[in-house]
Design a protein. Structure first.
Length: 212
């Protein structure tokens, strides 16, 4: 497991992981697919602190179409055509299996027991997930030093394309929950099993890093 340490801001975290993948990642195939060559690091952890939005690095380098696609995934209920018509993150978080608003549940849990160790939610819907398994897999909230920190396990994140939007959307959820329980927003702690860049995005990534 590679620990990248504590990094100020989401934009800097994105750039740090991109550099790590380029410098130390291994070339492989995503899910063994010959049409999806990637450069990958298996097992990465990092903490993002001092988060300020809008983030200047993201504002400068974001791709409007990919940003809006992932934003819709986190904010609009329903199926996502590009993901084999599986449920969006919004459906999984706010209408889990058509039965449970997990965000409301975790807010109420923290209101009732501020220092609970089990304010944990998942995006997996194992009864129906088949062709697509969510990349952001589990989200956990924990009050430490009078601030709300977030712990996230991701099975896979595409840092050459949409991972930076994942991080922004996760921060928005952290901010929402912190506001509801009236506590300071804290840090985001990430464990990423597969941090990767697709070959098709290498030119874009090199351009971004050249201008940093």
């Amino acid at each position: 497991m590679k620990n990248l340490g504590v990094i100020n801001t989401i934009g800097n975290a994105w750039i740090t992981v991109l550099k790590e993948i380029l410098n130390n990642g291994k070339k492989t195939l995503y899910n063994g697919n010959l049409n999806k060559p990637i450069k990958e690091i298996v097992g990465t952890t990092f903490t993002i602190t001092n988060i300020i939005m809008p983030d200047p690095i993201i504002e400068k380098n974001m791709v409007k179409e990919e940003y809006e696609w992932m934003e819709n995934n986190f904010t609009k209920l329903g199926k996502v055509k590009e993901l084999h018509n599986e449920n969006s993150y919004a459906s999984r978080l706010y209408n889990y299996m058509d039965k449970k608003n997990q965000i409301d549940w975790v807010i109420n849990r923290l209101k009732n027991t501020k220092h609970t160790c089990s304010a944990s939610i998942t995006t997996f819907e194992p009864l129906t997930d088949e062709k697509y398994i969510p990349c952001v897999s589990m989200i956990d909230f924990y009050v430490e030093n009078e601030q709300l920190n977030m712990y996230v396990y991701c099975r896979s994140l595409d840092f050459g394309c949409k991972a930076y939007v994942n991080l922004v959307m996760l921060y928005n959820i952290l901010k929402q929950v912190a506001s509801e329980i009236n506590i300071k927003v804290g840090d985001m702690n990430l464990i990423v099993k597969s941090a990767h860049i697709y070959d098709k995005d290498m030119d874009k990534v090199n351009t971004i890093l050249k201008d940093i």
